[in-house]
Design a protein around this ligand. Structure first.
Ligand SMILES: Nc1ncnc2c1ncn2[C@@H]1O[C@H](COP(=O)(O)OP(=O)(O)OP(=O)(O)O)[C@@H](O)[C@H]1O
Length: 253
């Protein structure tokens, strides 16, 4: 479990981002941290990973005495240093004394990038770079996985592979994203941040499907399956439009 208590944070040369922020993230869940630009989502991940220190309050991660947090950068090139993709993805398992070959193979396979193993990370396409940074974090098997805009620039296959890998993990995943379709489909819970702090916190299916909640007003897009269900008067939106269409004969997605 991640317990955030009375967290305040202010950049030395910038704004006060959080003021007395409190929230709880249950262990093993994928929580989507959602919100408009500049509401502090990336800052929250950096605080969680210990890259920034709270001005006040604390973030406590239960479990191991010294819990590990793996974080992907918002800009993939910021997290790529090795000469080859396989060396890049081997970095964390090597440092943590894990079975390097197994971890690297599994992470590359899970994200469908085995064919990139010998390539130079900095010379990859943006989407490929992003997949490598995610593989690099997954291979280190940290207690908490923080992903910053992981679907940005991914094609359909990478998008789906990533979601399915996250769904199969028994790790706590903190997913910062503007991609509410991805969050709807693969996250368990959501935290919606606004300039004044946590606006909503709870099961993602309740928050994003709540017709009384002005998602656009907090910078969010209504997920496609929710729009689809509303147009048809269906009370519980499906996880995917395709799944629902299979159930309703003759209906086009
Ligand atoms: N290194 C920094 N120094 C000073 N201010 C910063 C720094 N990094 C971020 N900020 C400011 O802190 C606030 C929160 O930024 P942050 O990147 O956490 O927001 P975000 O919710 O992740 O935004 P986005 O959705 O655009 O990625 C913004 O006003 C930003 O300008």
């Amino acid at each position: 479990m991640i317990d955030v208590t009375d967290l305040s944070f202010e950049y030395d040369d910038g704004p006060r981002v959080f003021e007395d922020l409190s929230l709880t993230i249950p262990e093993g869940e994928t929580v989507a941290v959602l919100g408009a630009n500049g509401t502090g989502k990336t800052t929250f991940l950096r605080l969680l990973a210990g890259l920034l220190t709270p001005t006040n309050g604390e973030i406590r991660i239960d479990g191991d005495q010294d819990p590990t947090v793996g974080l992907t950068p918002e800009i993939p090139a910021d997290g790529l240093f090795a000469a080859t993709v396989s060396e890049e993805v081997a970095f964390f398992p090597e440092n943590r004394g894990l079975a390097v070959e197994t971890q690297v193979t599994q992470a590359l396979e899970a994200l469908g990038i085995t064919h990139l193993a010998d390539r130079i990370p900095q010379a990859l396409s943006e989407g490929e770079k992003r997949l490598v940074t995610i593989a690099s974090v997954l291979s280190g098997d940290p207690d908490v996985i923080g992903l910053d805009e992981p679907t940005s620039g991914l094609d359909e296959s990478g998008w789906r592979r990533l979601g399915e890998r996250l769904a199969a993990l028994d790790r706590t995943v903190v997913l910062v994203t503007h991609d509410t379709d991805f969050a709807w489909r693969y996250a368990d819970s959501a935290v919606v941040l606004t300039d004044s702090g946590v606006d909503r916190e709870g099961p993602i299916r309740e928050i994003l499907a709540d017709s009384t909640y002005d998602l656009a007003g907090v910078g969010l897009t209504t997920p496609e399956p929710v729009v689809w269900a509303r147009e048809r008067g269906i009370e519980e939106p499906p996880r995917t439009v395709a799944a629902a269409v299979e159930l309703i004969e003759g209906e086009e997605p």
